[in-house]
Design a protein around this ligand. Structure first.
Ligand code: ATP
Length: 253
């Protein structure tokens, strides 16, 4: 399977601290790939590097074989990279379906003037947009909450809404930053099933998550970070049985 993402000797330093250090790994197309590690291991820094928020101090990131250095997050989004956030980024003054439509508009990127003049083509486009957004809400299990106000939705539903909005931009590669944080066991199980469906639909998933049961249940491949470096990479089974990983999680590394 070809790599959709490749990091080569990636380093990000803050003053004297290497939050990510000399890190090389690949993400195979179509996989669910998880990034785990104890607190402070460098997961958030790595996600911020991969999504264009931070510029590497050294090393390179290749997205479908193209170097992403210097590309702003919106440029990376246009190249097929989507993400959800650790802290929800939902517009509270829009309905649920309108939040998903924002994701579609980002992709369609129609002319600002045309939108302002409400041209016929734009109005027709809006109808298509709403229909597609509703489809995505069905896919994410939100079919009963189409016109709901986000303030009336459960936290679990809002996490799904973020995934629906990210999918609206039709990413090839989707980063999910702690999708199970704050969810109960049932909601976490359901989000795991959704992650599998997203991958089955052809979107490569990179998951940063503290819930080890979820990670081990859904992942094809797991990268373990410790002090910014790669401690291990492999299948969930191999990772769970790796003495160095066990030691790092128990605080002995
Ligand atoms: N902007 C920054 N300035 C200085 N140091 C930073 C900055 N961001 C992260 N660090 C340091 O880099 C290291 C890695 O932090 P990071 O937040 O990436 O880890 P993490 O694995 O996401 O942790 P957590 O699981 O607690 O969210 C830590 O030592 C942290 O203090």
């Amino acid at each position: 399977m070809s790599a959709i993402l490749e990091c080569r000797e990636l380093t990000k330093s803050f003053g004297g601290v290497d939050a990510v250090a000399d890190l090389s790994f690949t993400v195979a197309r179509g996989n669910i790939h998880s990034i785990i590690g104890p607190n402070g291991a460098g997961k958030t820094t790595l996600i911020n590097l991969l999504t264009g928020i931070y510029t590497p101090t050294a090393g390179s990131i290749l997205l479908s074989d193209h170097d992403t250095r210097g590309l702003a997050p919106y440029k990376l989004a246009q190249r097929g990279l989507g993400r959800t956030f650790q802290n929800l980024q939902i517009c509270m003054n829009m309905s649920a379906v309108e939040n998903v439509m924002v994701g579609l508009h980002l992709r369609l990127n129609r002319g600002f003037l045309a939108a302002l003049l409400r041209l016929k083509s734009v109005r027709a486009g809006d109808r298509d947009c709403r229909a597609r957004a509703i489809e995505l809400m069905r896919f994410t299990g939100l079919e009963n909450q189409i016109d709901q106000h986000p303030s009336e939705m459960s936290y679990g539903a809002l996490k799904r809404l973020e995934i629906a909005r990210a999918l609206a931009a039709e990413p090839e590669l989707l980063f999910l930053d702690e999708p199970a944080a704050g969810l109960n066991a049932n909601e976490t199980h359901a989000i795991g099933a959704l992650i599998r469906e997203v991958a089955a639909s052809g979107v490569t998933v990179v998951l940063v998550e503290h819930d080890m049961k979820l990670v081990m249940d859904v992942s094809d491949d797991v990268l373990v970070l410790n002090y910014g470096r790669k401690l291990a990479q492999g299948t969930p089974h191999a990772i769970q049985n790796d003495p160095e990983v066990i030691s790092a999680y128990l605080g002995g590394a």
